[in-house]
Structure formats: structure tokens, C-alpha cells
Write a protein that binds this ligand. Structure first.
Ligand SMILES: Cc1cc2nc3c(=O)[nH]c(=O)nc-3n(C[C@H](O)[C@H](O)[C@H](O)COP(=O)(O)O)c2cc1C
Length: 305
């Protein structure tokens, strides 16, 4: 999760038997680690496997080249599980398969699942309409109907805050779950206590989609700040996003601006710049706990499901 996954959180999830996922921009830009050193720090905290998120949107050449280097470093440091989001995952799949690794691809609709399958990914992560971050249009049930017949395992992302919701996803036919919001409300997450408290206090009606962060809808907690900013992109941004060439510029501008805004908001203890991403799973999150305790509870529920 950008900006919420710090090394201690990733390590705690993996150490308890989950698969903690490193987000490279979060590790370097937000939490201040050199990428390779950050991976080695996690390795010192746990010997268990971790994964890496490769957000592969082609908005800028510089970003793409940096991502290629991050994937190479991750492979050199022994990472063998990758989650790709946005973009075409083919280059990641080819590179990772060459060393025996595995790639799962985030999808919100069948057309992206087909693209992922044709690019050679090993599994899909179905991001549904209850997810934090870039939520999809479909419920968990409907999304599994859309993408469940492609011969790939499908992981459920969105709306899972408690173990009974995880067990229900497994019973539906999902192969596992990808959690974001639940892991922000943990003792290891370095997000501000104002952000964590907002997750504990929010109910699902408090989650709204705003275009103002990245140009496409992102799920955030409705706060006075969000209400003041409005939920739609401005007129100029909308015009830019409509043009075939212009839209890449606009996305690059958004990416830079949102990286700064989200970093500031996640660490700011005053709670005045509260751009807090979260999904509807806030409904069932009521305590700040160690990440390992959550993973162990979920594992127990999976055995019983
Ligand atoms: C604060 C936050 C940041 C996120 N950042 C990313 C990201 O950088 N890359 C990505 O692929 N997904 C990102 N996501 C989406 C999560 O990987 C996951 O799909 C989603 O959180 C699942 O929904 P949940 O929050 O209800 O558990 C983010 C989610 C949150 C809440």
C-alpha cells in the first residue's frame, strides 16, 4: 500500500504466515529507505517470503525505467512473488518466470483479466467495489463470476476486515484474500494515529470515491477536508484526461502530486490534511492490533471455513 506499507508492517505480516507485500515507492519515498537496503531490513526482521507490488502504469518513462530496476533488485534479493497492478504485466511475468517466480495481477473487470491471462500471469486478484485504493465496479460475488472461469486462481481484494468475511470469500470460491485497510489499523503500521483512529471510527457509508487524487476514483474516508475539496476532478483535469496524448501528461502530474499529498496525509499527526485511503472494510475494524495477530486469526478461520 502506498503510502502505508513500511518495512516493519510487511515483515510482521509475512512472519505470521501471510505474504507481506512491499510497495517500492512507499518503501523509498515515504519511509526513506534505499530500495535494496529496505528489502534487507525486512529480511533481518523475518526469514519468511515477502512479495513486491509493481504498479506498472506507463505514465512516465522515468517511472517505468525505475520500476524495471526495482523488479531486478527484488529478484536479486530473493523475492519471487509479484503483484502487478494497472498496465500490461507481460514484461514482469516474463522476467519473473525466468527465475521461477510467480505473478498475480490486480483486475477489476473481465477485460483486464483476459489481458492478464494472455500476458502469462499465474493468478488474478479481483479488486471489488468495497476495496480501498482504486476500487472496481463489481461486488465480490459478481467479480468472481466475471473472472472465475479463466483457469487461474482468484484472490479477493476488498471489504475484508474480519475473519468471518475472509471465510465467506473462501466459501465463495476465492483462493485467498488481499487486505489493505485492515493492516493500517495495526501497531506496526507507521501511519499517523489520526488516520488509524479515523479507520476505527468510520462506517462503510463514510467511504467515498474521489477523483481528485489520481484522476480515477480512489476510495477515501469522507472528512471535512475531502468535502471541501469535492469528489470530482477539476474541469481542466477532466479535459486533459479525455485526450489520448494529454491524458498521459495529466496522469503523470496527478501521480507526482498525489504521491506528495498522500505521504503528507499519512504521516501528519494533526489530521488537518486528511487524504486517508480506506475501503468499506472499515465497517468491521474496531481495534488496533499487531498485524501478526490478525494473520493468525484469519489462518484459523481459513482452516475452519
Ligand atoms: C492506503 C491504501 C493504499 C493502497 N496502495 C496500493 C498500491 O500502492 N498498489 C496497489 O496495487 N494497491 C494498493 N491498494 C489496494 C490494496 O492492495 C487492496 O487491493 C485493497 O486495499 C483491498 O481492499 P481493503 O482495503 O478493503 O482491504 C491500496 C489500498 C489502501 C487502503
Amino acid at each position: 500500500m502506498y503510502p502505508c506499507s513500511n518495512p516493519e508492517l510487511v515483515a510482521a505480516v509475512s512472519d505470521a504466515g501471510g505474504l507481506g507485500i512491499v510497495q517500492p515507492v512507499s518503501l523509498t519515498f515515504v519511509h526513506g529507505h534505499d530500495f535494496r537496503e529496505g528489502l534487507r531490513l525486512i529480511r533481518r526482521l523475518t526469514p519468511k517470503p515477502i512479495g513486491m507490488n509493481a504498479l506498472i502504469e506507463q505514465s512516465s518513462r522515468i517511472y517505468h525505467d525505475r520500476m524495471v530496476k526495482w523488479v531486478e533488485i527484488a529478484l536479486e534479493e530473493g523475492i519471487r512473488f509479484f503483484v502487478t497492478s494497472l498496465g500490461n504485466p507481460r514484461w514482469v511475468a516474463e522476467r519473473v518466470h525466468a527465475v521461477g517466480g510467480i505473478v498475480y495481477h490486480d483486475v477489476t473487470e473481465r477485460k483486464w483479466a483476459l489481458k492478464g491471462r494472455d500476458s502469462g500471469v499465474d493468478g488474478l486478484i479481483g479488486v471489488n467495489n468495497r476495496a480501498g485504493g482504486h476500487a472496481g465496479p463489481f461486488s465480490a460475488e459478481r467479480l468472481l463470476q466475471e473472472v472465475g472461469d479463466l483457469g487461474l486462481p482468484v484472490v479477493c481484494a476488498g471489504g475484508i476486515g474480519e475473519e468471518h468475511e475472509f471465510a465467506a470469500a473462501l466459501r465463495l470460491g476465492y483462493a485467498g484474500a488481499q487486505l489493505g485497510t485492515r493492516f493500517i489499523a495495526t501497531t506496526e503500521c507507521r501511519a499517523s494515529s489520526a488516520y488509524k483512529d479515523a479507520i476505527l471510527e468510520a462506517d462503510e457509508e463514510d467511504i467515498v470515491l474521489t477523483e481528485r487524487i489520481t484522476g480515477v476514483p480512489v476510495a477515501v474516508i469522507r472528512t471535512p477536508y475531502i468535502e471541501k475539496m469535492g469528489l470530482r476532478a477539476g474541469a481542466i483535469a477532466r479535459w486533459m484526461l479525455r485526450g489520448h496524448r494529454r491524458k498521459h501528461w495529466m496522469r503523470a502530474i496527478y501521480a507526482l502530486r498525489s504521491a506528495l499529498q498522500l505521504k503528507r496525509a499519512s504521516l501528519d499527526e494533526t489530521g488537518t490534511r486528511d487524504y486517508w485511503q480506506a475501503g468499506k472494510s472499515v465497517r468491521s475494524i474496531s481495534t488496533i492490533e499487531p498485524a501478526g495477530a490478525i494473520v493468525r486469526r484469519f489462518a484459523k478461520a481459513a482452516v475452519e471455513a
